[in-house]
Design a protein around this ligand. Sequence first.
Ligand code: 5GP
Length: 186
Amino acid sequence: MKQFDSIEDFSSKISKPLITEQEIAQAVKRAAKAIDDIYDGSPILLVSILKGAFVFMSDVCKAVTVPCKVDFMCAKSYFESTESSGHVQIIMDLKQDIAGCHVVILEDIVDTGRTLALIMKMLKIRNPKSLRVITLLDKPSRRLVDFQADLSLFTIPDHFVIGYGLDYGEYYRNLPYIAEYKESEK
Ligand code: 5GP
């Protein structure tokens, strides 16, 4: 395995769940209800920010009842580490025009705020009918630019977290819960 000595080493880096599967499932229901209440039957476009928000998107889109389309953008700021590079790259844009659409961005985690600040700036000028952000996780203590989601489901302290779509070096996205990534002790 790439950066792990063994399966034991791989597993030893996962803390006990910080947010359980049940807590995530309840939060997904809350997000879907907020969407259904706000848009009240109007069609929406759900936009997932890849890769981290792909699991969140999958659960939220199954739980909403308003007519919905999905699309994806891919942003990158962490390069196989637990520290942001500080430079956000948009490596895949939306496939559709959003002019006149109600757009709801689903994000895995807001950390420095740089990714969402950039994406909001890019999408606002395309004249959507409305533009909102729902984030699963929020680390407000890490914010470097002024950005606040319309709905944050969990506020967490400054820990590097994995699971439910979130990775370390592309691994751990398939954990069904959120845990802390524990660096090996030196
Ligand atoms: P921001 O631009 O707000 O600093 O960072 C947003 C992106 O950084 C997230 O979409 C996510 O991909 C990544 N990120 C920030 N904090 C964490 C974390 O604790 N764990 C993981 N796996 N990714 C994170």
